[in-house]
Design a protein around this ligand. Structure first.
Ligand SMILES: NC(=O)c1ccc[n+]([C@@H]2O[C@H](COP(=O)([O-])OP(=O)(O)OC[C@H]3O[C@@H](n4cnc5c(N)ncnc54)[C@H](O)[C@@H]3O)[C@@H](O)[C@H]2O)c1
Length: 316
């Protein structure tokens, strides 16, 4: 297969001063895209500080290797910030084809220990951040009849994780946002997909770092561990989803350490009772959970058809 290139395309990657976002930006730039490297430059994972230098350093790296890039240090977490980030692309490069919503923060706390002051920034950066950046980008893409949007969800949100109820709620919201914007954007040539990444970054020392169960099991540390689990093992999937040849829409790829898998919502065939009672649910719970004939509706209308099939006796 010929190399997937992005010549003439303009990409915007949020949170691209380090970690996964930096790799996404470097890869897209190395394949010919002009890139807006956005990063608030948060020195901590909690997102409390600001520093433009990480984004500037990534731009330097891109320019040195002959690519094209500009930096931006606005926050994705405000409407003004989102508009400024998109404007950086339009004023510097005149168009915008690709948005990678990657910026993120994390504050691990068990449920009863999460204050509203911690819940708000998590929802602001992840959920509102996707809206604030995507909205002006989507308007531009709609006019152009083309766009590729790649969001960043997480296994924590899709499967659950101890101590991450706020973060997981935000990341699950991104899954729903991706599904719905994919349905709406299809008619304008805008494809919206997501990744649920796993990579060794400052966000994941416990899960994937040297003392983690994973690192100990595979017996790797230092640069050997980095080579296997680094963000460079995720960015190629983002590049694929960002490419015009990619026909996927509304999908979420689980990506990490070179592994790529489809993650999707499914529903069991279930049961139907003309007069439901709590006892009938209890009696038939095993049938309800029987996943031998799971289905994955493309949208909520298709899920309602499953109900209609039961009601009309056409469910096989
Ligand atoms: N590393 C993993 O295994 C993993 C797993 C699941 C999800 N994720 C998600 O991947 C994304 C990247 O995470 P990472 O692991 O590279 O961590 P990271 O901390 O290295 O990168 C996140 C970047 O986002 C930036 N940022 C934070 N708030 C911002 C804001 N308001 N505006 C602009 N930029 C902001 C930070 O400065 C930082 O550079 C995040 O959304 C994270 O939740 C990562």
């Amino acid at each position: 297969m010929s190399e997937l290139r992005f010549d003439g395309r303009v990409a915007l990657v949020t949170g691209a001063g380090g970690g996964l976002g930096r790799e996404h930006a470097l890869l897209l730039a190395s394949r010919g895209a002009a890139v807006v490297v956005n990063d608030l430059g948060s020195l901590t994972m909690g997102g409390q500080d600001h520093d433009p230098s990480p984004a500037e350093a990534v731009v330097e790296e891109i320019l040195k290797s002959g690519g094209s890039a500009v930096s931006n240090s606005d926050s994705v977490g405000t409407r003004d910030g989102g508009e400024a980030i998109v404007n950086a692309a339009l004023s510097s490069f005149g168009r915008l084809d690709i948005v990678v919503n990657n910026a993120g923060i994390i504050r691990n706390r068990t449920f009863l220990n999460i204050g509203e002051d911690e819940l708000e920034p998590i929802l602001d950066v992840h959920v509102k951040g996707c809206f604030f950046v995507t909205r002006p980008a989507y308007e531009h893409m709609k006019k152009n009849g083309y766009g590729r949007i790649v969001n960043t969800s997480s296994g924590s949100g899709l499967f659950g994780a101890f101590g991450q109820s706020a973060y997981a709620a935000a990341k699950a919201a991104i899954y729903g946002f991706t599904r719905t914007l994919a349905i709406e954007g299809a008619r304008y040539g805008i494809h919206v997909n997501a990744i649920a990444p796993a990579a060794l970054t400052r966000m994941t020392p416990d899960a994937l770092g040297e003392d983690s169960f994973v690192a100990k099991t595979i017996g790797l540390s230092g640069s050997d561990l980095e080579a296997v689990l680094g963000p460079h093992q995720v960015a190629p999937a983002v590049a694929y989803l960002a490419h015009e040849s990619c026909h996927l829409n509304g999908e979420t790829l689980s990506v990490g350490g070179g592994r790529v898998a489809r993650t999707f919502m499914s529903v069991t065939r279930g049961i139907h009772e003309s007069e439901l009672s709590a006892e009938k649910v209890s009696d038939r719970i095993e049938e309800i959970f029987d996943d031998a004939k799971c289905l994955s509706p493309a949208n909520v209308d298709e899920e309602i058809i499953l109900l209609k099939n039961f009601l009309s006796g056409t469910n096989d």
